[in-house]
Design a protein around this ligand. Structure first.
Ligand code: NAD
Length: 261
């Protein structure tokens, strides 16, 4: 369904972004991967994804905390993939956990820059081409923490709430040009990062993995399971495909009942 489309997925060298990039590539879109990591591993990933999906795949290492590099990523996409960017998935994000009065100022600034301001800078760069071609899909990866808060995650919660507001404004400005903008709000998603946290928490709390999952990590979720990156990829694909056009300005929880409370 996405043959002939070009997609940028920020923060797609691992985790959710990679899951979304795979889903869009399998549906036929050319992909610009973005994110950090070992150069050789990223090269192998570009090859593997391109071969398995049969689409053009390139990697751009732009740092989402730097507005000039975000603008440069769009020039890179035009140069390497040709045509314009039809689909923008703003996924790159970081976390820091500390009480407000102890929250390092540079961590606050970095989280606002990467999790919120980068969504503005990338959307700003994507909209002129989408408007000219009268078609565009913008998918912002927010979080259950875009809808509700947890203690000690002030910057992350503020940024993700901000993403939902920005998504609504983007939806209103893009609607008459055939552009939609929506936010996905996952609960806990099974990524390598999360898996590593389980072992660390099990050691520090002196409890087993099951107890960490049930009593520590997934305590706020009604169903004590992790969402998979494939499930998030499938939802992103729905929003970008032909059955997604009436979703606009929505914040879609995919959180095993977390925000139903
Ligand atoms: P991850 O750490 O596995 O992946 C993050 C990606 O972003 C990596 O590719 C990394 O290289 C990239 N990245 C980090 N800083 C960057 C920067 N400055 N510039 C460019 N790329 C950068 O994380 P994930 O769990 O896959 O999270 C992806 C998104 O999903 C984030 O926005 C996160 O807030 C959100 N999210 C995650 C969960 C979860 O449980 N994993 C839940 C809700 C929301």
């Amino acid at each position: 369904p996405l043959a002939g489309r070009t997609a940028i997925v920020t923060g797609s060298t691992s985790g959710i972004g990679l899951g979304i990039a795979r889903a869009l590539a399998d549906a036929g879109a050319a992909i610009l991967l973005n994110g950090f990591g070992d150069a050789k591993a990223i090269d192998e990933l570009v090859q593997e994804l391109s071969t398995s999906a049969g689409v053009k795949v390139v990697h751009c290492p732009a740092d989402m905390s730097k507005p000039a590099e975000i603008a440069g990523m769009f020039d890179f996409a035009a140069d390497k993939l040709g045509g314009g960017v039809d689909i923008l998935v703003n996924n790159a994000g970081i976390q820091h956990v500390a009480a407000i009065e102890d929250f390092p100022i540079e961590k606050w600034d970095a989280i606002i820059a990467i999790n919120l301001s980068a969504v503005f800078h990338a959307t700003r760069a994507a909209l002129p081409g989408m408007k000219a071609r009268k078609w565009g899909r913008i998918v912002n990866i927010a979080s259950a923490h875009g809808l509700v808060a947890s203690p000690f995650k002030s910057a992350y919660v503020a940024a993700k709430h901000g993403v939902l507001g920005f998504t609504k404004t983007t939806a209103l400005e893009g609607a008459e040009f055939g552009i939609t903008a929506n936010a996905i709000c996952p609960g806990y998603v099974w990524t390598p990062l999360v898996e590593k946290q389980i072992d660390d928490q099990a050691r520090t709390h002196g409890i087993d993995r099951e107890a960490v999952i049930r009593d520590v990590m997934l305590a706020p979720q009604a169903a004590k399971r992790f969402t998979t990156v494939e499930e998030i990829g499938a939802l992103a694909l729905l929003l970008c495909g032909p059955n997604g056009q009436s979703f606009n300005g929505a914040a879609l929880p995919i959180d095993n009942g977390w925000t139903a409370r």
